[in-house]
Write a protein that binds this ligand. Sequence first.
Ligand SMILES: [Zn+2]
Length: 205
Amino acid sequence: MTQDDYNRWANYHAALFGFTTETDAAMFEAWFYAFNLACYSAAELMEVSNWMATTDQKPAPGLNLRERHLLAIRQRVTALRLQFRQAQQEGGSRDDWSACSTCSGKGLVVVPNPRSIVDDLWVNSRTCAVACACTAGERLYQSNVASAQKDRRHRPPLRLTDYEVRFPGWREMFGRKARECSAFDRASTASREVSRLAKKTQAPI
Ligand SMILES: [Zn+2]
């Protein structure tokens, strides 16, 4: 999911439920990193928002409104994915998707965007999807190649195997990014604290 796709969803969800304060913007940023690590897609999130807007949520004692939203989003995406898996099984496609721990049978894997990698460092949080090395991924890749032959505007995704040759350390990049983000959060809190203390003593810094 790209930052743009995510922002479109975040604006939609914020408008739908009135999460429009300055602190909400920081909350949506934090959600983005979590959702990306869990490989949520913008389509899944849109579906969840629409579902939440039209369905009474179960009470979740001890959680505030925004925590309840986060929980509901996680639970709903999980439920949607399990439904997808069930439908695949019932549809008789029992390929090796269940064995694929990389893409969970979806055929697509979210990876750091090559355009955002400079000297093996992932400099922003942009991602892109590549075709997995499993049967589901290969099928998806081939169907994209077929569409690209019909319409030249369509470009098939990269293959994970090719991507990994160029960026063998991509899996570690996610962990590093998460650590980097929490370090910056702490740095930011420390910076805010300095300003707060400065205001208290009225000494301009
Ligand atoms: Zn796979």
